[in-house]
Design a protein. Structure first.
Length: 512
């Protein structure tokens, strides 16, 4: 009996200790239960107001719970419902940056702050928005893609030219399409389209260059021409790290949520692209326009020459717009660059619409080549001519006699009218004879015979005593400048250079 009090005390202590342990075991699970769950239970009972919920979430957030991302979401929605637009924006940004889920901004809770600057800035940053201008650009891109495909499904005349002009328009359309996705914030929905157009940024110049070349020269694509693709291949390797990234990583790059240096890639691409554009623009000018290559291939064909020149002018306008954009975006770093960007997209759209317009009103232009161009255009020009084939051949023979025997080209005042009188026919018929049978215009024909006569005179001048101006007068030129230009166009050398070359050859022959 004496031990009974001790036993009772021990039992009581064990009981109290057990109760405490039970209490503690229940206390910590309560702490570990997600606060969202507790709030959900109370909201079912309507025991909390929105303001109380807001306070409870903010207090819970201080404890850094596991479900803090959901806290950001709920705090954003609660602040929006309470018309706290500033805090709603802060927590919306935090939620989006962690989840990349933009649908939160479509929640009805934001109706309270829908006109606030904060919500408008969120909407302009994350939500798609199709404008009239973006639709116009998109329409131009679709036209371009359609043209690029359709032009290569037509007849096979000069397939190289069609392939080059089709590719040229296709990359214009690709750039416009990516800009439309960016402009409408659809790149956040289709992130794998990010920088896709950069992969072909260095093909503008080569494609246009080869298009002109395939029209004005007897062009055949050779292995050595692949060197023009080398810069594009290098650029692709440079951009590969971007293309290999996941969709979420690309979205973070676009939103500036990681340490990826997108500005470096933009700046690098700009400088190499502008260098490529300028280089090929100068190359086209030198090979096609400075030597009047197109005029010599297509004399008397003003519509075709106008087509080539307009194509080149629009391309130069695009280069200028792109250069200005780069200055504002990467050197001055001004926000005005986004507005300047529209100029280059506008130039690209004009290029697409102009080419498709020409394809509609003058479809034969896209079947041109060096061999068929003359006959095609001449047929169109002289389709109403009354000159019969028999008379045409007769006049041709008469003209050859005037040039070879009478040497009418030696007369400095010779012109189409005088030559027509000698042929006893009209100016129109004479022009047709020259164009059809000699595939050149009147002045080119006269210059050809004059230069050949000058070469004969220089070759006969064994001692080199003749003056160049005397030779010029002898063959029908009135001045040395005109003679030099005509001579160089035919021989690729000036008369002086030709004489020097001839002297060197004779010297080498004597040494042998």
């Amino acid at each position: 009996m004496k031990d009974r009090p001790k036993v009772l005390i021990i039992v009581l202590c064990v009981f109290i200790f057990g109760v405490e342990c039970y209490a503690l075991s229940n206390l910590y699970p309560v702490k570990s239960i997600q606060i969202d769950s507790l709030i959900e239970e109370k909201t079912i009972d309507n025991s909390l107001t929105r303001l109380e919920l807001l306070v409870l979430y903010q207090d819970g957030l201080k404890e850094k719970p596991n479900d803090s991302i959901e806290f950001f979401r709920n705090l954003a929605l609660l602040n929006a419902e309470l018309n706290q637009s500033r805090d709603a924006k802060i927590f919306s940004e935090k939620y989006i940056s962690n989840t990349l889920n933009f649908d939160i901004l479509k929640n009805s809770a934001y109706n309270k702050i829908i006109d606030s600057e904060e919500y408008i800035s969120l909407k302009n940053k994350y939500l798609p928005n199709v404008t009239t201008l973006s639709f116009v650009y998109f329409y131009a891109a679709l036209i371009g893609f359609f043209f690029a495909i359709a032009i290569n499904l037509t007849k096979k005349e000069n397939r190289y030219a069609k392939l080059f002009i089709g590719g040229f328009i296709a990359i214009h359309s690709l750039f416009i399409l990516e800009f439309v996705l960016f402009m409408c914030r659809l790149l956040l929905i289709y992130p794998h389209a990010y920088r896709i157009s950069s992969s072909v940024a260095l093909l503008f110049g080569p494609l246009l260059f080869f298009y002109f070349k395939s029209i004005t020269q007897k062009f055949k694509f050779r292995i050595v021409d692949l060197i023009h693709l080398l810069p594009t291949i290098i650029l692709l390797f440079f951009l590969t790290p971007i293309y290999k990234k996941s969709s979420s990583e690309k979205i973070k790059i676009m939103l500036g949520l990681n340490e990826f240096d997108g500005d470096f890639y933009d700046t690098f691409t700009f400088f190499i692209k502008i260098a490529s554009l300028v280089f090929y623009a100068l190359l086209i000018w030198k090979s096609q326009f400075s030597k009047i290559e197109i005029n010599s291939v297509f004399p008397h064909k003003s519509s075709i020459i106008r087509w080539f020149k307009n194509l080149y002018r629009i391309h130069v306008a695009y280069i200028t717009a792109y250069f200005l954009y780069g200055i504002f975006a990467y050197i001055i770093k001004s926000d005005i660059s986004i507005y300047v960007y529209h100029f280059q997209i506008g130039a690209m759209s004009v290029m697409i619409l102009y080419i498709t317009y020409i394809a509609f009103v003058q479809p034969t232009i896209f079947s041109l080549d060096l061999n068929s161009a003359t006959g095609m255009v001449l047929t169109s020009k002289y389709e109403k001519s009354g000159l019969t084939p028999a008379l045409s051949n007769e006049l041709k023979e008469h003209l050859i006699m005037l040039l070879t025997k009478d040497k009418v080209y030696k007369k400095s005042n010779i012109n189409l009218e005088i030559l027509s009188n000698k042929l006893n026919t009209t100016r129109h018929n004479t022009s047709q004879i020259v164009n059809e049978h000699f595939e050149m215009n009147f002045f080119e024909l006269i210059n050809k015979f004059r230069v050949q006569e000058a070469i004969n005179i220089l070759e006969a001048d064994v001692h080199g005593n003749l003056n160049i101006i005397d030779v010029a007068y002898e063959v029908g030129y009135n001045n040395k400048v005109t003679f030099n230009k005509a001579f160089k166009k035919v021989t690729s050398l000036t008369p002086t250079e030709y004489i020097q070359t001839k002297v060197k050859q004779k010297t080498q022959e004597k040494r042998k």
